[in-house]
Design a protein around this ligand. Sequence first.
Ligand code: SF4
Length: 128
Amino acid sequence: MSKINLRPHHLLCIQKYTGHGYDENFTNNMNKLVEAIRTNPDYRVELVEGGDRLCASCPNFTEGKCKEVDKVKSMDEKVLKVCEFSYGDADSWNSFAKVAAGIFDTPQFEEICGTCQWAELCRNTRIM
Ligand code: SF4
């Protein structure tokens, strides 16, 4: 089975995804990824530092990095710390997602995601 690389905070974004993205290209890519994961929760994931499978189709990803690199790096590192994950960890989507979901509805969610443009949408979205 193929493996996807994800930056850690995307473990949160994917679970709260409701079809909204930065542009059509990004949303199409996200739709495909979410469909693949929901069809097969055992999908292999590796946690990576920097740009990942989602960043690759994001309009904010230019010259090999996110235009909000400091902000997203901090989000990634907070997710790693709270979940006790490390860059390079590999496991099933389901295993990572279950642990990361423990962040939702806690003060840590506000600390990690509170300044993101999608935060209000995510606060109001229940995960399945
Ligand atoms: S490039 Fe930045 S804004 Fe775009 S998906 Fe990656 S981390 Fe998110």
